[in-house]
Design a protein around this ligand. Structure first.
Ligand SMILES: Nc1ncnc2c1ncn2[C@@H]1O[C@H](COP(=O)(O)OP(=O)(O)OP(=O)(O)O)[C@@H](O)[C@H]1O
Length: 392
């Protein structure tokens, strides 16, 4: 069992927030993120007895990215070192892994997952030539895994290939469920990648196709949930037998939750917003149900039903939430008082998500695993036998 690990990241004040003369209401202290309700008590942040005015939440990581001149400022690179490295390590060891960014529209999800292409191009997976271990600018080493990349978006509850082949171009793809491997997108095109550069290029190519629009809250707002997946296929010898592990890494950039009046959405934008909110509400319900199930140290027999299939997003993330995956949630928040209620909501969901217990296992060849276990058992019995012989 492994808990979902949760990180919170607070971005700098945006121009819009500065224009509204917004006040900073977030404080990061070690692993703790605190939010101040300005309406309750203006002076509370520095005061001692703040009552309900300051709400504090501990997380696995709390990242202050508000002011680059502050000593506590956390860079993209640090976030990659803390989170991305572990994800890659897990995948190389044969575990499934998932990183998903959750938060209000304009709070910095895409920035954290995809990087800023202009001045800070570090994505959650690291620098261009960086730490993808065997995958580097040169070529794949002999012992390294074979890698396939996939990229799709869920837009208005429909799945579209972001790296389409001629067959999938313009098509709505179906979601199916494999009895052992779980839900997947049927006929999604796959791309063999040999270097980090290729991974980055595919991400960029897909991002250009992704549904975005300018809203009142964000100039380039993602109107879809995007899932970039890498399959790691590693061949090796285990117990003198040829064996294979197949692991998946999902990088999920969710569309942001939004209030229609804040985004000034009408027409198509309003419909998109309703669909985005619908799947995020389902995600919230799934997170809550899983958190309730996990309380007490293990997944209890299901009294509560987990409604994975109520949205395409949660169906496809079934393994990542409560299943066979090492999962990290990055909750992104705005520092501004004008976003108080959305920020508090995000912090509460992030806090609940910490209670979710997953069951990550190495995805190895089951026959090789059985043979290895039987050999260990034979060795154990032989040792017992020879110990018995020595006594008699
Ligand atoms: N940590 C950060 N440092 C500097 N700028 C940031 C940071 N996070 C976000 N920004 C800026 O804030 C704006 C909104 O960020 P981003 O597009 O990543 O938000 P989002 O949560 O993905 O929004 P949406 O849900 O609408 O797609 C962008 O201009 C981005 O460059």
């Amino acid at each position: 069992m492994a808990s979902v690990r949760v990180a919170v990241r607070v971005r700098p004040l945006s121009q819009r927030e500065k224009d509204l003369s917004a006040k900073v209401i977030i404080q990061v202290d070690g692993h703790k993120t605190s939010v101040l309700n300005m309406k309750d008590n203006f002076h509370c942040m520095s005061g001692e007895s703040c009552g309900e005015s300051v709400k504090s939440f501990p997380y696995d990581f709390s990242y202050d990215s508000m002011d680059s001149t502050s000593p506590s400022f956390v860079t993209q690179e640090k976030i990659f070192t803390d989170l991305g490295t572990d994800v890659l390590q897990a995948a190389f060891e044969g575990y499934n892994a998932c990183v998903f960014a959750y938060g209000q529209t304009g709070s910095g999800k895409s920035y954290t997952m995809m990087g800023n292409p202009v001045d800070d191009p570090i994505k959650i997976l690291g620098r261009r030539t960086g730490r993808l271990q065997c995958v580097n600018e040169a070529s794949i080493l002999a012992a390294c895994p074979f890698l396939w990349a996939f990229y799709f978006e869920i837009y208005n509850e429909r799945v579209r290939d972001l790296l389409p082949s001629t067959e999938t171009q313009g098509c709505e793809l179906r979601v199916r469920e494999h009895p052992k491997d779980g839900p997947y997108v049927e006929a999604l095109s796959r791309h063999h990648v040999q270097s980090y550069t290729e991974v980055g290029q595919l991400m960029q190519e897909g991002n250009r196709r992704r549904a975005t629009a300018s809203t009142g809250m964000n100039h380039v707002s993602s109107r879809s949930h995007a899932i970039f997946t890498i399959h790691f296929i590693k061949a090796m010898f285990d117990a003198d037998l040829p064996s294979e592990t197949v692991s998946k890494v999902h990088l999920v950039d969710l569309a942001g939750s939004e209030r229609a009046n804040a985004t000034q959405a009408t027409g198509i934008r309003l419909k998109e917003g309703a669909n985005i909110n619908k799947s995020l509400v389902t995600l919230g319900i799934v997170i809550s149900a899983l958190a309730d199930l996990s309380v007490g140290g293990g997944l209890k027999k299901k009294q509560n039903f987990v409604p994975y299939r109520d949205s395409v997003l949660t169906w496809l993330l079934k393994d990542s939430l409560g299943g066979n995956s090492k999962t990290i949630m990055i909750a992104t928040i705005s520092p501004a008082d004008v976003n108080y209620s959305e920020t508090l909501n995000t912090l509460r969901y992030a806090s609940r998500a910490k209670n979710i217990l997953n069951k990550p296992t190495v995805n190895e060849d089951s026959s090789v695993k059985i043979i290895r276990e039987l050999r260990a058992e034979i060795a154990r019995l032989k040792a017992l036998l020879s110990a018995g012989n020595q006594v008699s």
